[in-house]
Design a protein around this ligand. Structure first.
Ligand code: GDP
Ligand code: MG
Length: 177
C-alpha cells in the first residue's frame, strides 16, 4: 500500500462535507458554500506512536447532487467518511446508498468507513427537540442498521469533534484501532 492514503467524503449536498474538509485542513469555517478549485487537500495525520501519515482528502464539488461522481473519485480509496446532518432531510437515509456506491468501486475489506453526523452546533440538535428533519435517534438507528459501532458527532462551524474524527482515522488507517 502506498504511504499516502486516499480519503473521500460522501453524503448528500449541504451536509457540510466541504466545511468538514476545510475545518480539518485549514482550521477555519466560512459561512456559505466555498468554491475550492483543487482536486484534493493534503493533510498530515498525527499518530499516537509519534509517527505521521499523509492523507489526500477528496471532497466532491457539487456533482454529488446528481450522484454523478466519476469512477476515479472512488477508486483506490483507503477511507470513506459518510456524512449526514441534522438539517438536511433524508441525508441519514441516503447514507446507505452512498456507502453501497463506494463499496461498488472499492475493496470493502480494505476501506475504512466512518460515519459522521455534522452540525451539532445547531441549537437543539442533540437533544431530540424535534426542530430538525433528522434526529440523533435517526442516525443511531441508521448506524446500527449499517453496522457502525460509532457515530462521530461534529461541527465544522465550531470545530467540535473534528480532531477526534481525523485522529481516529489515522489510527484506523494504520490498523491500530
Ligand atoms: P456540502 O455540500 O456537503 O459540501 O456542504 P457545505 O460544506 O457546502 O455546507 C453546506 C452549508 O452548511 C453551508 O452553508 C455551511 O456554511 C453550512 N455548514 C457546514 N457545516 C456546518 C456546521 O457544522 N454547522 C453549521 N451551523 N453550519 C454548517
Ligand atoms: Mg461541498
Amino acid at each position: 500500500m502506498s504511504s499516502i492514503r486516499k480519503v473521500i467524503l460522501v453524503g448528500d449536498t449541504k451536509v457540510g462535507k466541504t466545511a468538514i474538509t476545510v475545518r480539518s485542513v485549514h482550521n477555519s469555517f466560512v459561512e456559505g458554500a466555498p468554491t475550492i478549485g483543487v482536486d484534493f487537500f493534503r493533510k498530515t495525520l498525527l499518530l499516537k506512536t509519534g509517527r505521521s501519515l499523509q492523507a489526500r482528502i477528496y471532497d466532491t464539488s457539487g456533482q454529488e447532487r446528481f450522484k454523478s461522481l466519476s469512477r476515479s473519485f472512488f477508486q483506490g480509496s483507503d477511507c470513506c467518511i459518510a456524512v449526514a446532518s441534522f438539517d438536511v432531510d433524508s441525508s441519514v437515509h441516503k447514507l446507505e446508498s452512498w456507502i453501497e456506491l463506494v463499496k461498488e468501486h472499492c475493496d470493502e475489506e480494505e476501506t475504512v468507513f466512518l460515519l459522521v453526523m455534522n452540525k451539532i452546533d445547531l441549537p437543539g440538535a442533540l437533544d431530540d427537540s424535534g426542530m430538525y428533519p433528522v434526529s440523533k435517534a435517526d442516525i443511531e438507528a441508521a448506524a446500527s442498521k449499517l453496522g457502525f459501532s460509532k457515530v462521530y458527532y461534529t461541527s465544522a462551524k465550531t470545530g467540535e469533534g473534528i480532531n477526534e474524527l481525523f485522529s481516529d482515522m489515522g489510527e484506523k488507517l494504520v490498523g491500530a484501532a
